[in-house]
Design a protein around this ligand. Sequence first.
Ligand code: HEC
Ligand code: HEC
Length: 369
Amino acid sequence: MLKFPKSAAFAVLALATLSSPSLAEGDADAGQKVFKKCAACHAVGEGAKHKVGPELNEIFGRAAGSAEGYKYSKAMIEAGDAGLVWDAATLGEYLTNPKGMIKGTKMAFAGLKKDDEVANVLAYLRTFSQEAAAAPAAAETGEAPVETAAAAAPPEPAPAADMVVEKSQGAFGLGRKALPEEIAAWDIDIRPDGTGLPEGSGTVAQGEPIYTDNCAVCHGDFGEGAGRWPVLAGGQDTLRNDRPEKTIGSYWPYLSTVFDYVRRAMPFGNARSMSDDDVYALTAYLLYLNDVVDDEEFELSKENFASVRLPNEANFIADGRADEPHYAKSVEPCMTDCKPGPVEITARAQVIDVTPEGEGDENSGGSID
Ligand code: HEC
Ligand code: HEC
């Protein structure tokens, strides 16, 4: 059963809505932002193709469930057959509560909650519907809608160059290649030999006020740790104690970890907010707090970074396990075709009851068995 009135009632609804300013006027620019909620499933504009949902060009005046080449739900097709045509009123109702209006629609979208979001997204969609753009003008002047439509032609949607991503090549069409920018943002690790360090420098004296402003509240003015926050300095000669105090100066083997950790994770709660020069200055200041350097004018830079050694480095030893007798005889681990013989299917997901049942069930995983 469909839960919306038949065509005659729609006409009345539509008239009522045209005179209501809240739905009639909307901001197309703001609507473009709202459309981000739709864009995962719908395309609109030149060359728009069907995605999870049908393309939405010329949606105003289009009969429900009628876009060619798109496989609608039975409910949507029936709604169209029963006379549902998309206009401001019907779209408004559908977008507010899709499943409330058309029970059985396969649009898995909770609905827009705010009236202005609806008005704005409709104003945006209207720019891709010639009939809607032309209709009011034609009605007022009695002119043929053709010219008005041309004048009101939608602006070319700017191609979002930074959004161009390569489609997955895999059999299942899942995932995509990471963008170079994404890899660069992720690939920030710094090695003990200085590999990965960014350009930049900073002195102990520059680091002190940065530390006082951003770090001392938790780590204490001198790295002694406020309350139970981590201690960053001191603890020398405590490693043999029952409770050793492991700090940068007493325990850490490599300075690269300090730089990497601070740049990646600190200040706690506001990570990645420090510039590279700030991190050089902070690292220099932490060396000073740990008595590794004693000159306030000491400048740490990409160039001299690898020459700075932490006191405990020598107590870390290289991982030589591969050379130990126990491992020496082992062959390369098997990585492909490790199970001999043909592979057999021993159980199906449906049998072990992990596949949701029922058509139209929102959680339905489809027909995989
Ligand atoms: C999770 C995916 C998804 C999202 C998000 C989504 N839709 Fe849909 N939409 C669909 C699907 C699927 C259909 C087809 C419904 C059917 O056949 O029952 C549809 C149908 C429609 C229709 C009817 C089109 C026709 O040809 O009859 C309109 C209009 C529409 N959506 C607009 C929107 C707008 C506007 C938004 C954002 C506010 C949105 N949708 C968000 C998936 C989605
Ligand atoms: C809001 C409190 C807070 C602030 C501010 C803060 N940190 Fe931290 N810091 C932490 C916590 C908590 C940890 C331990 C996190 C963990 O173990 O997962 C930590 C860990 C560290 C460590 C590693 C300590 C170790 O021995 O494991 C360093 C180095 C560090 N912070 C430096 C800084 C620097 C430099 C700043 C200022 C830019 C800063 N932190 C600001 C809370 C803070």
